[in-house]
Design a protein. Structure first.
Length: 348
């Protein structure tokens, strides 16, 4: 039931960056930093009451710099925009490229490399911290001066509540998400093959070889991509499927059923008993199974390994500004965008 502030480290230019610890009444603990609005640690109890960190990450601030999205708040546009451009009312906006000819997660200097301002801290049974940032017009190519607010709340029910909001002075696009890498076993060296996953989605977006949506959908019932009933991630992670072969595992946008803030997924680790439920008001969720990793060192001091984590990134579909048939809304001038994603933790 507290919020504590400490020095996390210094960037190469000498800027000091802090880290904040939020702890609720149950002992569940989250550490966050203004650098990229990152989740650094998330300690939850297993079925025996033992706490462990369930997200991957690094030991030092410097290890998070550069092309590293671990734990970060991603924007302005999460996931990919094909050709690194889109048009609004006949005007084309060219974005920074950082994924071949495409733009990924807001570009090379997106929100993952921004030091957000701390606007408010709330102590008590449900500690919370609110971060803000003003992204200037044409930042990474995006139109409009966009004020972004991110609030993390750790509830008494062991929910990590992420409230996103934004307001712009021009019509623009905004697609926020959090890019944490989860391992519910609490062991960052253990693969996630035995994690049971359920996703309430009957289709995914079809993509090109560059993982850019074509605008079409793929029905996934009774295919290796089907998680409509609980299934271990390892069962089909290496199945003979074009998209799985292409990605080296799962890296797919699932079209979540329903609207409004609803439960779209859950993940369960039988050995620890940890259950993570995902709620969001956004239409999609990206399942990524940490397929490619090289040269990164974890908080345990050991080299990170592929398939030792999964991401469930709630989002608008990738490349939505270029596909009018996708469920997507532009952020209109002086209108407030609000979205909520919840990761709820329990044991069974």
């Amino acid at each position: 039931m507290s919020v504590k502030k400490e020095l996390f480290g210094k960037l190469s230019n000498g800027t000091e960056v802090e880290i904040y610890t939020l702890k609720n009444i149950n002992g569940t603990t989250v550490k966050v930093t203004p650098y990229g609005c990152r989740l650094i640690t998330l300690e939850t109890a297993d079925k025996n009451g033992n706490f462990a960190d369930v997200i991957l990450g690094h030991r030092t601030l410097q290890e998070y710099t550069g092309v590293n999205f671990q734990g970060s708040f991603v924007g302005r546009y999460a996931n990919r925009i094909g050709g690194a451009e889109f048009a609004i009312d006949g005007e084309t906006y060219k974005l920074s490229k950082n994924d071949g000819d495409n733009s990924l997660h807001g570009g090379p200097y997106g929100f993952h490399q921004v030091i957000f301002a701390v606007e408010e801290i709330t102590d008590g049974d449900e500690p919370a911290i609110t971060f803000t940032h003003l992204s200037s017009n044409l930042d990474e190519g995006y139109p409009g001066n966009l004020k972004v607010t991110v609030k993390y709340t750790l509830s008494k029910s062991d929910e990590l509540i992420m409230d996103y909001s934004g307001i712009s002075d021009m019509k623009t696009v905004f697609n926020p998400t959090n890019h944490s890498f989860f391992n519910l076993s609490g062991n960052p060296q253990k693969n996630v093959f035995d994690t049971e996953l359920t996703i309430n989605a009957s289709k995914v977006t079809a993509v090109s070889d560059e993982l850019i949506p074509t605008g079409e959908y793929i029905e996934i019932k009774d295919t290796p991509l089907d998680f409509t009933v609980p299934k271990k991630l390892g069962k089909d992670m290496f199945a003979k499927d074009f998209l799985i072969d292409l990605c080296g595992g799962f890296d797919h946008n699932y079209c979540a059923e329903g609207t409004g803030n609803r439960k779209i997924a859950e993940a369960y680790d039988n050995e620890s008993g940890r259950l993570m439920e995902v709620f969001t008001d956004l239409p999609g969720v990206q399942l990524y199974t940490f397929n490619l990793v090289s040269g990164l060192v974890g908080k345990d001091g050991l080299e990170m390994k592929p398939h030792t984590a999964f991401c469930l990134e709630t989002q608008f579909y990738p490349d939505s500004p270029n596909h009018p048939n996708f469920p997507f809304s532009y952020l209109m001038p002086n209108q407030v965008f609000n979205s909520k994603t919840i990761y709820k933790f329990s044991v069974k």
